[in-house]
Design a protein around this ligand. Sequence first.
Ligand code: SF4
Length: 310
Amino acid sequence: MEDNMIGNAGGDGSSVCRLCPRNCGVDRADGKKGICGCDATVRVARIALHFWEEPCISGEAGSGAVFFSGCPLHCIFCQNRRISGGAGREIGIRELAESFLSLQAQGAANINLVTPTHFVPQICEALRIAKAEGLVLPIVYNTSSYETAETLDLLNGMVDIYLPDLKYTDGVLAERYSHAKDYPEVAKAALDVMVNQVGKPVFDDNGMMKKGVIVRHLALPGHGRDSREALRYLWEHFGNRIYVSIMNQYTPPKQDLRYPNLNRKLSEQAYDRLVSYAISLGMEQAFVQEGDTAEESFIPDFDLMPEKIR
Ligand code: SF4
């Protein structure tokens, strides 16, 4: 077995993968692929300093981002369609550990694991190696929240900051746009586990987050009601135990979708109304975006690693 393959791709000592709620049951160590599109070989699309996260994550130095290829969710409006579809290159566990150390040497504020769910056992192994060799940065787990409690348990003590989405609260929308009717209850349960693991937000003297949870909500055009419900839930359920990031950067895919709402950007007025709603709730800890961030240039360029997944 090569060092970029592991036997327990399932995270439970077996090689049958049940790492996420898709529960595919395929033997990824044997080269099979589930809905995430990946076997047990880790693939990455980009490893670089990244400046477009929330200010307390990116800071001035940049976040040390590792964008993993593939995705268990496959939203029809995916903002990073090429990498969720598998674009990227194979990377061994030792090389991944060395990448974390290299990002630290470049001055990264943290290690930011982007769409990591389907590689959690391999990532944990790489983190153990890197920590033994001097990695001290906070570890950020950047996820859709389509997670099982068992997989999140593997991360307990390993991750310092969770950067999860709450995409929808309505199962009809979750089924229509992400083929995951159970997303709302799965995500809510996952958020509970994350908050219990890392606790209340902690910042250093420079305002950089050291521990905590920032829940992101990407406002979709034409779905103000669900966005309001997401914010209401987050405020009433977690209060000041989390930060919330209200995002306006929805970018329509190049090809028209069959849902006209999703073929346009979010209007400034709709975003302002959502922010006003958050204020009316009494929400105190929220990040908002200013101006027109829904430009293609806001989405990182992944051309550096164009190799397609087989
Ligand atoms: S991680 Fe991939 S193979 Fe495993 S259950 Fe999820 S979608 Fe299926």
